[in-house]
Structures are given as C-alpha cells and as structure tokens.
Design a protein around this ligand. Sequence first.
Ligand code: FAD
Ligand code: NAD
Length: 476
Amino acid sequence: PDNQFHPDPSKKNLVILGTGWGSVALLKKLDTENYNVIVVSPRNYFLFTPLLPSCTTGNIEHRSIMEPVRQILRSKKASAMYYEAECTHIDAERKVIKISDNSDIKGDVHVTEVPYDMLVVGVGAENATFGIPGVRENSCFLKEIKDAQAIRTKIMDCVETAGFKDQKPEEVSRLMHMVVVGGGPTGVEFAGELRDFFDEDIKKLVPEIADSFKVTLVEALPNVLPMFSKQLIDYTESTFKEEHIEIMTKTMVKNVTDKYIEAEISRPDGKKELTRIPYGLLVWATGNALRPLVKDLMSQIPAQKDSRRGLAVNEYLVVQGARDIWAVGDCAVAGYAPTAQVASQEGAFLARLFNNMAKTEALEAKVHELSASLNVQPGNSAQVVQEIESTERQLRRIKDIKPFHYSHQGSLAYIGSEKAVADVAWLNGNLASGGKLTYLFWRSAYLSMCFSTRNRVLVALDWVKAKVYGRDVSRE
Ligand code: FAD
Ligand code: NAD
C-alpha cells in the first residue's frame, strides 16, 4: 500500500488543523464516514493541559496525560488520515494548505500541499512575551510537554548547583529563588506545585539548601487570578502567604537577563520604582499570543482587519470573511475566554454542525431522487409524495441548527498544600469554595475529565506513587 490519501470523490475533504482541545473534541463527536477527514498537527497526541503544572515536579509523569492521535482515530467508524506536520500557509483563495514536516527526521518529501473543501483551524496560541527583551532566551514557558520537562530538569539543576561545594550564600539564594511571572491560573498552579515539591521532597533530600528556597509570583495587575471571585482571590493570597510564596502585584516585568529580571513596581502613592530580582529558575506565564499561521490567514481576509486577539468567528464559528473555514479554541475569537472548556464545547458544536450538514445533503439528495421517480413512475405517486413530505419535514427539523452557545461549568485551580479554589455555577446558584474538600473535588473532577480510562488509571497511579515514594528528584 502507498501512503497516498485516496479520498472518496463523492465526499468532501474536511481538513482539521491541530490535535488540541478544540480539534480533538470535534474528532471525538464527528461521524467520519460523511467526509474525507484529514488531520494535520505537529503534535501526534492530545495533551490534557490542566494537569501539565503537575508534570513540572514529577507529581504526574508526562505520558500519563498524553493520548496518541492514532489511538483516537482508530476508534472512529471510518478511517481518517493523519499527517504529522505543521500547516505553514492557508491559501483561502485556492482552498489548499501548505504543510511541512518540521520534526527531526525528514523524508525526501517534507513540504507539500493538501486541498480542502472545508477547513477547521484549531491551532491554539503561542506564549505571549510582549516583546520584552530576554524572555525567550532566559525563561521557561509552560504550555507543552517539553516545557514541563525543561522546568523539571532546571529545578533540580538549580538545587544541585546551589549545593555545589564552596557556593557563596548570595549565589545560593539566587539559585534557589524560583520566580514565576504572570498571576493567571497557570502561574498560580505552578507556584503551588513547586512549593509542594520543595516541602514534601526537596527539603528532606537536600536539607542544606532548605533555608534559601523561595518562590515569588510576579503580577502586573493589583491581584492574581482575575477570573475568580474576590473571596477566592483573598483565599489564594492568604494561602500563598502561609506557604511562603511571595506575591508581588502591580509589578510589571520590563527586562530579563540570565540572572535577574527588572520590574517596575507601582507604589500606592503612584510612584514607579524599578527593581532587580535575581533568580535561578524563571517561568513565564503571561498568557496567549497569535500564531504566525493565524496572523498570515487574517492578513488575507479584509473582514479580519480589526481583529487583534485571533480569528473573528460568527455564531456558527465560521471565520468571518472566509469561505468554508471554521475556527475553534484559543485561535478563535467568539467572545469567550481562551480555555479548554470553551475549546472543547466549540469542537463538539462543530461536530454536530458537520454531522447535520452531511445529513441535510443526504436528505436533499433523497428528495431530489424521489421527485425524479415521481415523473418516471406516476403509478405510486401518493406513496412517494408522502415520503417526500416526511423527508422534507425531517430536513426542516435538522436544518434548524441553533448557534453556538457556551455553557460555563465553572473555574477550578490548584493552589498548593492540598488546597484548591472553585467557582462553580450549580443549580443557578454560585458556589465559591476553597480548601481541602475543594482539593478532593479538583482531583476527582480532573480525573474524570482525562481523555481515556488509560489516562485516568495512569494519573491515579502517579498520585499514589508520589505520595508513597515521594517525587523522583533525578535530574534528567
Ligand atoms: P491547543 O490545545 O493548544 O492545541 C493546539 C494544537 O494545534 C496542538 O496540537 C498544536 O500542536 C497544533 N498546532 C500548532 N500550530 C500548528 C500548525 N501550524 N499547524 C497545525 N497544527 C498546529 N483551560 C481550562 O479550561 N481549564 C484548565 O484547567 C486549564 N489548565 C491549563 C493549564 C496550562 C498549563 C495551560 C497552558 C493551559 C490551561 N488551560 C486550561 C487552557 C487550555 O489548555 C487552552 O485553552 C486549550 O488548550 C485551547 O485549546 P486549542 O484546541 O485551541 O489549542
Ligand atoms: P492569563 O492571561 O490568564 O494570565 C497572565 C497574567 O500575566 C495576567 O494576569 C497579566 O496581568 C500578567 N502579566 C502580563 N504581562 C506581565 C508582565 N510583563 N509582568 C507581570 N505580569 C504580567 O494566562 P494563563 O494563566 O497562562 O492562562 C491562559 C488561559 O488558560 C486563560 O484563559 C486561563 O483561564 C486558562 N487556564 C485555566 C486554568 C484553570 O482553569 N485552572 C489553568 C491554566 C490556564
């Protein structure tokens, strides 16, 4: 067999970009037999991002939260094609995309084109740096598996380097200073996990550096976790105080070097003050920026001219001003926050939409056929007319697709020392809670949200393993 894709000419080519929350939710619910489905993504797995902060300390092993896309596709009724590649250009005029294999091993052909009839863009976002000098060169992000692995290695590198013979106290303090920039949920959850790692494992194994370990969270706004209620923000801030995590609010990082960051602090009297913060490990979590592919597509479409944060879509997630292109998740602007919850609901909505579109076309073809047979065999006309009417009724029912509507299930975040915060909208009332019970809820909620039973079992085993044997501090 060759590895050429042999599409069924009677079906449309549906190309899906990305294997993240949006695209995978679409794939999960899509009736693949209705289309020639082609998935393109440089990542051949789905990543359960909510547990990524736990991978930075080895509380969870990274493979436990990955699900191979091949496994996902295997469970579909009709086969779908997957290409491990990055889409580098969308030609909206010709309806083709350019794809490129950017992995280490490349064959003779590593750049080619794929034509589409329908395209779904679910490529997510990049890490925002706001052009601040030195960020890319000196800090770790926390978005992908490789980021979590790099952080895990660096934490232990800092610890072992601080323990090096004759290291001066000032240098030990610098190396043991773990700075997190960005007080959104990513920064807060990471800071909490880091403090747990230190308290539960590092402190016992490397007691000589214990007094110097420090975590600082730097945030430009007046408080952390802006999407949570005031009560939960206060709870998080007081928990961090108990955990000895310093929060520096109204502090905007302006410059990053290999050993310190420079930040501007806004004082209550309105004065601004520049400060230098030495660090050993710097984790940068200041949110999302547009991917070049998305910028490139937006520049081709005049209707996207005023959109800044991503592809503006209508209430059916159609990219405004484009033909046969839909967008989901962090790269789309539909009026919601860039979260997994939104992305997966958008993906599931598109699956329903596409399943419906295929059914509509099939029913329309049936009406057409029946009408034609009416002319050829007028004998059975009463029965055929009845059948046409019933098919048309069916058509009207499924054609009436309601626009996308996001249903917010609540926000959850882990804040360290077996505590979590939750803003959950239940039974029309708002339940805001923090603490140990919420932590158990957080754990069970995330466990139930894992992609597969295999993931659930692996994550649960990792938790037990870390509790019983401690986290593995080998630096690798
Ligand atoms: P992603 O999930 O980022 O997927 C994008 C996909 O596109 C990837 O497969 C990528 O490889 C692929 N891709 C990239 N470029 C290209 C290209 N050129 N061509 C083809 N494919 C491409 N949200 C919550 O609701 N709850 C949480 O608890 C939560 N926790 C989080 C924790 C962390 C550490 C992070 C970083 C995020 C968290 N989020 C959470 C946010 C959530 O992960 C994102 O909103 C979500 O991943 C967006 O889904 P997406 O499908 O748009 O993009
Ligand atoms: P975010 O956009 O939520 O927060 C980034 C923070 O960085 C902001 O508060 C911003 O003021 C701050 N910042 C920006 N520039 C700065 C600077 N120069 N100096 C200091 N601070 C600066 O980013 P995130 O936490 O990565 O989250 C991204 C998205 O993913 C959000 O929609 C979030 O809700 C979602 N998410 C959700 C969860 C959860 O529900 N548990 C976890 C992680 C991420």
